[in-house]
Design a binder for this molecule. Structure first.
Ligand code: HEM
Length: 496
């Protein structure tokens, strides 16, 4: 018995030493490995999303440093030089970005484009790029305008009811992404299923959070002995079942139409798919790829868009001069009297509004780390040499506050984006950073954000409530991978 015990202790000791040695890269500093999940529990427990930012400060602000995601050592890039050096050496086409995100996330939307291996992604790229390209996104501008009209009407009645007191608008933008994207994804026939779609957004947020928080259920072998695995699996399958049922119902509505074969500008993604099926053209994507990419692009981003809008409103409220400046720039472009009905065409080429989005993403990034990359070769980054297939991630907040490239980083200054140098461009990670993998919703998010902010600025001057002036102390709700702030602000109507 004693012998077995000693053997077990020796096995544990040598396994621990072996794991530790995998991250023992010369010159690197970082955290020590804690069995079994490394830094993951601390990251999950950190409610303000500042785990990496604080860790980097604690370690003395190194340009690169190491953390542990489970037993895997990860090199964090915390300086734009490290990012630049990484992309100079990394060839994303020669290595698969196989990221072990856990069976539960794969079960939710594993056939979506964001989960695809490089080769498979290339196969379905053409279809989805056509669906989300600038021309397509532009075609649906009236849908976004209509939804933003509705948001503004709701806001106006809430402002009237609030009578100059601060207003909690945290929930106002919850379904904006879905409502505005509906015509582009599923076409106009889907609007009658809006409440079911809202329910799906809520259910997805719940299972995504459970997925993100689950740790032991992701350990191969062990998971089958944990009752929670079965609970989570049944929740996910129920959600997928509901979504696929609804998608089939909407599909059938279009299939009853005669003219589905005829190409038309502004066909929804769903109609494009159905036409491809009906005319028997070589299939560019499968049903699962369509369904899962819709979960990824239509249902999942709701919280992300809501948080982005919330972050922008907070930062604008904290910077009254920036509001005045932006408002003047908009008004200079508009014929008088159209403040309440301003359209995206009116705002064409008004880059300042895009710069506001970039500055908000810099100061309050939605994703504090990126989807990890695996190094395609042995490489040296800021003096630390790592072997091929080392996991590399960005410490996005530290990068975004780096004084070397963002002078006075804590000051809100959209103008800094007027002329970006190469280092700044490479350090930005709002919508992804690789050459091929970027957010497909970028054009859509820009349009939605631009119009909403213009409408709000033309109608209101925003003021913060007194005790919430420090952006690092904002109260937030943690959603699966992001932090959604509470937005309590004063909306002072502008007298035109
Ligand atoms: C403010 C909102 C959003 C932000 C900040 C955002 C940001 C990102 C980021 C950082 C990535 C990872 C890129 C990478 O792998 O390096 C990504 C991927 C993706 N996003 Fe978004 N996103 C947003 C909203 C949307 C919307 C509305 C859609 C759909 C219209 C969308 C569709 C996608 C898809 C399909 C991918 C996977 C791309 C791929 O790997 O091929 N996103 N997004």
């Amino acid at each position: 018995m004693i012998l077995i015990f000693i053997v077990l202790i020796l096995i544990v000791y040598f396994t621990y030493q072996k794991i530790n040695s995998t991250g023992n890269w010369p010159n690197v500093i970082g955290t020590t490995y804690h069995v079994p999940f490394g830094d993951v529990p601390a990251m999950q427990a950190c409610l303000d999303g500042h785990y990496l930012l604080n860790l980097n400060t604690k370690l003395g602000k190194p340009q690169v440093y190491r953390i542990w995601v489970g037993p895997t050592p990860v090199l964090l890039l915390a300086h734009p030089d490290a990012v630049r050096q990484f992309w100079q050496q990394h060839d994303e086409t020669s290595i698969e970005r196989v990221v072990h995100l856990g069976w539960s996330l794969l079960l939710i939307m594993g056939e979506g484009i964001g989960f695809k291996t490089y080769r498979n992604r290339n196969r379905i790229n053409r279809f989805f790029h056509a669906c989300f390209g600038i021309k397509q996104v532009k075609y649906f501008e009236t849908s976004y305008e209509y939804q933003i009209d509705l948001v503004m009407q709701r806001l106006q009645s809430r402002v009237i009811d609030a009578c100059d007191t601060p207003l909690d608008v945290s929930s106002q933008f919850r379904y904006l992404a879905l409502d505005a994207g509906l015509d582009m994804f599923l076409g106009t026939k889907s609007s009658r299923y809006l409440s079911q779609l809202h329910e799906l957004v809520d259910e997805l947020a719940v299972v995504m959070l459970a997925t993100f928080n689950a740790r032991y259920v992701n350990i191969p072998g062990l998971r089958w002995f944990i009752p929670y695995t079965y609970y989570l699996r049944s929740k996910i399958l129920t959600l997928r079942h509901k979504w696929n049922n609804l998608l089939r119902i909407i599909m059938n509505e279009y299939l009853r139409e005669d003219n589905i074969e005829i190409d038309a500008d502004g066909d929804s993604i769903l109609v494009r798919y159905l036409r491809m099926e009906r005319i028997g053209r070589k299939k560019e994507i499968t049903y699962e790829e369509l369904s899962d990419t819709m979960i990824e692009g239509l249902l999942a981003p709701s919280d992300g868009i809501a948080a982005t809008v919330a972050n922008t409103l907070i930062l604008l409220a904290l910077n009254p001069e920036a509001q005045i400046e932006a408002r003047e720039r908009i008004l200079n472009r508009l014929p008088p009297g159209i403040e309440k009905t301003v359209t995206l065409t009116d705002l064409d080429h008004l880059d300042h509004l895009d710069h506001i989005l970039l500055e908000c993403q810099r100061l309050l990034p939605l994703f504090v780390f990126n989807v990890p990359e695996l190094t395609s070769c042995k490489m040296t980054l800021c003096g630390v040499t790592v072997p091929k297939e080392t996991m590399v991630m960005y410490d996005v907040q530290t990068l975004n506050r780096c004084e070397d490239i963002w002078p006075k980083p804590m000051i809100f200054q959209p103008e800094r984006f007027q002329l970006l140098n190469e280092k700044q461009r490479k350090a930005l990670h709002g919508f992804g950073n690789g050459r091929s993998r970027r957010c497909l919703g970028e054009n859509f998010v820009h349009s939605l954000h631009k119009l909403l902010i213009a409408r709000i600025l033309l109608a209101y001057q925003l003021e913060p409530v007194d005790n919430e002036r420090d952006i690092d102390k904002l109260s937030r709700i943690r959603r699966p991978f992001i932090y959604v702030p509470r937005v309590v602000l004063k909306f002072i109507p502008i007298k035109n």
